[in-house]
Design a protein around this ligand. Structure first.
Ligand code: COI
Length: 358
């Protein structure tokens, strides 16, 4: 692959001369299949991050004894860049992702990625691949930072060497239609003292088998319950979940077992400003099921970076299936999606300082 060498700040840049941008069809973008022209890498060696570089997107080489491959020493983040109404590239709350990455890092004995390094890497990468940020409604450039162990050692111990990378790719909707979820009461995603709050690869790997069983039953995803009693709602494997029971917006508090979603926080912040009654408290499965039976469960939806605001069509619990009303413009989930889209496009003022311009 022919390269153009450019030097900027601390990051060495090798730019491709063979862009694959013509593979991007803005009106037909699947989730997580197409990657932009470049990627960022840094290596942690001898106690510091070094060799910061942006190179053409390509395969990487790993030792067969790599510590991440064997023991799952790997964490990630997910954020999105958008094109605003003036054609500029903006990122939604990237500092929050930088902070959360380091919360995950600590739990997995991974060294912190300085926020300045995270932001500079993001900024430089998005400048170079700006043409990959789509503008069609519902699309974005998904940004995936991740850090993993790089020791060539199969003994069990924290790694000493790591790699921090960022890849990006244009995406459309993660869920293309309202989701069918099953409340899981046998398997557990997380438990007190575990890694549920961390965006660690293993959390997602462990969720696949129970999710596959649910998919065989016709569901798209699980809603996890607490690992001890299975009586309280936690999160869905790809998003936090919220319920509108009567006119109260209810969601589980983030604790050691639930990922502290940035979309979750944004939705709760706006809901409170709108005067919506919000309750962050343990949500009993029995309460949701009773509300669904009595017609008081007005809305249920997932909130996440990839999922955005994903209306829930059906909730399965034990042998029962509860269908929820289809969302229309009067629904909170519709209004909040419109508000967030407006803030990202610049049509609605960004009064919280959530928008970071590239
Ligand atoms: C995200 O929403 O960005 C995530 O990382 C969730 C993942 C399951 C796609």
């Amino acid at each position: 692959n022919p390269l153009i060498m450019i030097e900027t700040s601390a990051i060495r840049i090798e730019k491709t001369t063979q862009s694959r941008i013509n593979e991007l069809d803005e009106n037909n973008i699947p989730f997580g299949r197409l990657y932009s022209d470049h990627m960022f890498l840094a290596d942690y060696k001898d106690g510091q991050w070094q060799d910061l570089r942006i190179v053409p997107y390509q395969n990487i080489s790993l030792s067969p004894a790599n510590s991440a491959l064997h023991y799952g020493i790997t964490i990630f983040e997910g954020l999105k860049a958008y094109r605003n109404k003036d054609g500029e590239v903006v990122v939604f709350r990237p500092e929050a992702n930088a902070k959360r990455l380091n919360i995950s890092a600590e739990r997995m004995c991974i060294p912190a990625v300085p926020e300045g390094l995270f932001m500079e890497a993001l900024n430089e990468l998005l400048k170079i691949d700006a043409s990959w940020v789509p503008s069609a409604p519902g699309t974005a450039l998904y940004v995936r930072p991740f850090v993993f162990g790089m020791d060539e050692y199969i003994g069990i111990r924290p790694s000493e060497n790591f790699r921090f990378m960022i890849i990006t790719g244009p995406v459309g909707s993660y869920y293309t239609k309202p989701v069918r979820v099953k409340i899981e009461t046998k398997f557990s995603r997380a438990f007190e003292g575990g890694t549920g709050f961390a965006k660690a690869g293993g959390n997602y790997a462990a969720s696949l088998y129970p999710a596959r069983l649910a998919q065989k039953m016709g569901f798209d995803q699980l809603i996890w319950t607490d690992g001890k009693t299975h009586q309280y709602i936690e999160e869905s494997g790809t998003m936090n979940v919220m319920f509108m029971i009567d006119d109260v917006l209810i969601t589980a508090p983030t604790s050691g077992t639930i990922l502290k979603g940035i979309t979750r926080d944004s939705v709760l912040t706006i809901a409170r400003e709108w005067g919506v009654k919000v309750e962050e408290r343990p949500v009993a499965v029995a309460e949701v099921v009773a509300a669904a039976k009595e017609g008081r469960l007005k809305e249920a939806f997932g909130v996440g970076t990839a999922a955005t605001i994903a209306p829930i069509a059906t909730i399965g619990y034990e042998d029962e299936v509860y269908d929820l009303p289809a969302a229309d413009d009067s629904f909170f989930s519709r209004k909040i999606l419109k508000q967030l889209s407006g803030i990202r496009s610049g049509e609605i003022a960004d009064k919280h300082g959530w928008i970071y311009k590239i």
